[in-house]
Design a binder for this molecule. Structure first.
Ligand code: TMP
Length: 219
């Protein structure tokens, strides 16, 4: 099973992914927690180029290709082998982020992004995606607090430096994708407290994991 968490900066994905991992572990399920960009060793190098606030000259198409390069490496090295071995893969961001950031917010051709995913990434889609939705002004002020306190490295602040209008487009992009794929997406109000968000995610997971297990048992 392949689960992803998505949302704008400061939506709390990186905190909630730990709750998801701990919950599944306690159920005795094999699971692996990973992220994009940077889920592999090579991906870590790509991540540092992509998130470096000094990479302002990066061409939008180059940005798209670097995210895709990170993803194909991640799929081949981690995601597919783990899924095929029966583990649950939980990933902090994946392909929907490319549609929302490079497609909707940067304005690249969405058909090209979808075609690249089909050609390079086997069109691999998650089974379940949590979209942690909140207003960009709230998210960005949380994200900047993390940067100022040092809990997030300021060498990774390129997207926090984007305008509110950019992040509004990312949010709208995510909501549009979620609207098109209601079976896969669960939208969570991320302006709630950490515990409220966690409780909502765990309730959904309990149900979805059972469904998935029943389906797998039926073959
Ligand atoms: P994060 O790991 O802290 O979420 O940072 C990753 C950043 O990269 C975040 O600002 C969103 C951005 N991103 C894209 O623009 N496109 C993508 O495909 C992915 C996976 C992330």
């Amino acid at each position: 099973m392949f689960i992803t968490l998505e949302g704008i900066e400061g939506s709390g994905k990186s905190t909630q992914i730990l709750h998801v991992f701990n919950f599944l572990n306690k159920l005795g399920l094999n699971c692996v927690m990973t992220r994009e960009p940077g889920g592999t060793r090579i991906g870590g190098k790509i991540r540092s180029i992509l998130l470096d606030p000094e990479s302002t000259a990066i061409n939008p198409s180059a940005e798209l290709l670097l995210y895709t390069a990170d993803r194909v490496q991640h799929i081949q090295e981690i995601i597919l082998p783990m899924i095929e071995g029966g583990s649950i893969v939980i990933c902090d961001r994946y392909f929907d982020a490319t549609i929302a950031y490079q497609g909707v917010a940067r304005g690249l051709d969405i058909t090209l992004i979808l075609d690249l995913h089909k050609l390079i990434c086997r069109n691999l889609k998650p089974d379940l995606t949590f979209l942690l939705d909140l207003r960009p002004d709230t998210g960005l002020s949380r994200a900047w607090k993390q940067l100022e306190s040092g809990s997030r490295m300021d060498t990774e602040s390129r997207f926090e430096n984007e305008t509110i209008a950019f992040h509004e487009r990312v949010r709208a992009g995510y909501l549009a994708i979620a609207g098109k794929e209601p079976d896969r997406f669960r939208i969570i109000d991320a302006s709630q407290s950490e515990d409220q968000v966690k409780a909502q995610i765990i309730r959904i997971l309990e149900f979805e994991i059972k469904q998935f297990m029943d389906q797998s048992a039926r073959g």
